[in-house]
Every structure is written in C-alpha cells, then in structure tokens.
Design a protein around this ligand. Structure first.
Ligand code: NAD
Ligand code: MG
Length: 385
C-alpha cells in the first residue's frame, strides 16, 4: 500500500490523481490533501478519501472547512504555506503529488524534498525557479523527483534501459495550443476566452494560457534540463498538433524512441505512482487506424517569443529563470483579467528580464527575492499600461 499526499488536490492534476487512486484502492491510500481556496470540492474529497491531514491556503478557508466538518472525527486541519508544507512532509506519506500551480508550489515541494519523499512532480515551476537547489536538496535528503509532466514522463519512459552517452537529443512535443498558425498581428486581438479553449488538453487556467503562448514549453525545456541533466542544446521543441506523441529521444545512431498515448494526464500520474510497474488500462487504447495524420513542425518563435525567452533565461542562468517565471505569472494573471493583450505577455517578460542583474541561484532567499521583485516590477509595468 502506498500512502499519498496530493498538493493541489482540487486542481486539474489533483482531480485526475484522485481518479487514478480511486480505481486502485488496494494499492493507494490518500493520507493528505491540500488545496488553495476551493473549500466545497476539498470537503467532498475529504469525505470520500478520509485523509489524516488536510490543509488550505488561508485562515478563511480553514474556518470554512472546520465549520463544515464539525468537531467529529476528521483530518487534522492546517493552513498557510507552513500548514501545506507540513502536510507535504507528513510522516506516513510515501509519495507526494506536487500539483499546486505556479510559484506557490515551491515551498511545499521543497518541504516534501527535505522530508525525503518520492515526489510526483507536476509543478514545473519548482525546477524553473530553483532547479539547482531542489536537486541538491533531493540528493542530500534522499528524495526522488519523478517526472510527471506528460513530456517528461514520456522522455523518462523512452530512456528506460539506455545510458546517457547514447542520447543525441530529446524532442519535447508541443500541441501548439489554440493559436497555432496565427501571425503576431492576428494574435494582437485574441481574448482570454479564445486562449482558454485548448484543442487537446483540459487543464488549469494558468497552464492553458502558458500553452497558448508556448511559455509552457519553455518552462518544460528548463524542467527537462534539470530532470535529465542535459545541456539546453540537447533539448529541442517540435510542434505536434495531435498530442499523441508526448515526446521522444533521438539516439546517437539517429534512431528514435517515442512515447504515444491519448492525451490524458492519468497516464503520467499513474506511471509516477506505480513505477516500475504499470497499472491496468489507465488510459483508453489508441485507435491506430485513426492515427494516419501525425504531423510536426518547428515552433514559430516570431509569433510566439516566449519559448525563446525561456531558452534565454536558461542560458543566462542563476536567478533569471525565476525572474522569467515570476514575470510570466504576473503577465498571465493580467491577461486573464483583461488588463493586457496577448502579445503583451512576452513583451512584459522581456522587459523584466532585461532589467534584471543575474545572481547565483544557490541560495533560496536570493531566488525568492528575485521572484518577489520581478513580480512587483511586472505589476508596475502593467499598471502603467
Ligand atoms: P489548477 O489551477 O487546475 O490547480 C491548481 C491547484 O493548486 C488547485 O488545487 C488550487 O487550489 C491549488 N492552489 C492554487 N493556488 C494555491 C496557493 N496559493 N496555495 C495553495 N494551493 C494553491 O492547475 P493544474 O492544471 O492542475 O496544474 C497544476 C500544476 O501542474 C502546474 O504547475 C502545471 O504547470 C502542472 N501541470 C499541469 C498539467 C495539466 O494537464 N493540468 C500537465 C502538466 C503539468
Ligand atoms: Mg506538459
């Protein structure tokens, strides 16, 4: 029996994880659930999965949960970053699914790392902001970061049984999002509603906008750099609109291995939970005869500059990826509120990156400070219009 904590259980990844867990009660038990502010759904999940501990983002949500559950038997309740982080380090937990969105996932994920857990890592922002710190802490504390983003899960599956010297490059596939083929001019007038209509994946709002700008792929390039310890030059991105090939590895002899399935996050989540085994029929089978049209193209970095910005941040190193991430979060939030247009997202990030002096990122306080200042600068820039 594996004991599981889910950070961000009310989100898209969290809900998919609970679907997997519910199907295999003889294998998995939920010992901890944490959420931001979605109290009604968290309450439902608590009643169904009876965790030992539950945590929410703030005191208002905590009181709402306490009132609804009454004084009877229930999970130990906590709140705030400390409360969520302590749930991430819960004594009985074997696997922690890191699925909080954005920088809010960093501290709880680090808490799980420091507690030596196996972490099913969906929150890519942790490695983008603090890759070297997270890896060093994982090594020091005996924690394992298990790739759970679909692309990274695919690469991990392709690399089973291979040595690093055999890799020529890895190819991360990207759907291209809802605006594939559009020019920069056409992108000037797209709305948040348009951007939220992803053709293949149903995900949280922030990552759906990141998919539309291609920043999601940029963050994934940085994530791959740390998960697989490869230089940026060995990590490439290929647009593949059907989202059937989730990524591939090209070997030195130019032979390739790809991982294919229907686009459904239950696949990578289940693999992270059950590795090295595979669970029965987690995914619907592929209908091979309908797959005649798998297509690929190079990303258009003129219309979608975010991918290039992420490579730039990776090359600059140090605190720059954290600054990229913070400016992106601020810009995406403003776009979702209708305060800025779609093309302003990369423009804001570029401006904030240009104004940042890179510092080494081996100290968490320095990274958090760079994150905070980049957000502040981005907000000021947005307010100035
Ligand atoms: P989501 O918005 O659907 O869910 C986010 C979860 O985090 C919710 O449970 C929410 O309550 C919680 N949360 C938000 N702010 C919080 C805060 N300040 N403190 C504590 N909890 C907070 O997001 P998602 O689509 O499930 O994505 C989660 C993470 O997984 C992201 O980092 C995303 O990049 C990554 N990811 C998602 C997918 C996907 O298919 N959705 C695929 C790969 C990777
Ligand atoms: Mg992905």
């Amino acid at each position: 029996m594996k004991n599981i904590v889910i950070l961000g259980s009310t989100g898209s990844i969290g809900r998919s994880a609970l679907e997997v867990i519910a199907r295999f009660p003889e294998r998995f038990r939920v010992v901890g659930l944490t959420a931001g502010r979605n109290v009604p759904l968290l309450l439902e999940q608590i009643r169904r999965f009876t965790p030992e501990v539950a945590a929410v983002a703030d005191e208002v949500s905590l009181r709402a949960v306490q009132e609804a559950l009454g004084s009877g038997k229930g999970p130990e309740l906590r709140c705030g970053v400390e409360g969520i982080s302590s749930a991430a380090a819960a004594e009985h937990a074997h696997v922690v699914i890191s699925a909080i969105v954005g920088a809010a996932g960093l501290m709880p994920t680090l808490a799980a790392i420091r507690a030596g857990k196996t972490i099913a890592l969906a929150n890519k922002e942790t490695l983008v902001m603090a890759g070297p710190i997270a890896l060093a802490e994982a090594q020091r504390c005996g924690a394992l970061l298990f790739p759970t983003d679909s692309e990274h899960s695919a690469i991990f599956q392709c690399l089973r049984g291979y040595r690093k010297e055999e890799i020529k490059r890895i190819l991360l596939t990207a759907s291209g999002g809802p605006f594939i083929g559009k020019t920069a001019k056409e992108l000037e007038t797209v709305s948040a509603e348009d951007a939220l209509r992803h053709p293949n994946w149903s995900m949280g709002r922030k990552i759906t906008i990141d998919s539309a700008t291609l920043m999601n792929k940029g963050l994934e390039v940085i994530e791959a750099r740390y998960l697989f310890d490869l230089p940026p030059a060995m990590i490439e991105v290929l647009i593949h609109p059907q989202s059937i090939i989730h990524s591939m590895v090209e070997f030195t002899d130019n032979s390739c291995i790809a991982q294919l399935s229907k686009p459904d996050m239950k696949g990578p989540i289940a693999y992270a939970l059950s590795y090295p085994e595979r669970l029965d029929a987690v995914l619907e089978p592929l209908a091979w005869e309908t797959l005649a049209g798998l297509t690929f193209m190079r990303p258009d970095t003129a219309a979608f500059p975010c991918l290039a910005l992420a490579y730039d941040a990776l090359h600059a190193g140090g605190t720059m990826p954290a600054v990229l991430n913070a400016a992106n979060e601020a810009a995406v939030a403003a776009f979702l509120e209708g305060a800025v247009g779609f093309n302003k997202i990369p423009a804001i990030i570029r401006k904030i990156m240009d104004g940042h002096t890179v510092q080494p990122a081996d100290d968490l306080a320095v990274v958090l400070d760079a994150d905070r200042r980049a957000r502040e600068e981005a907000r000021k820039l947005i307010a100035r219009g």
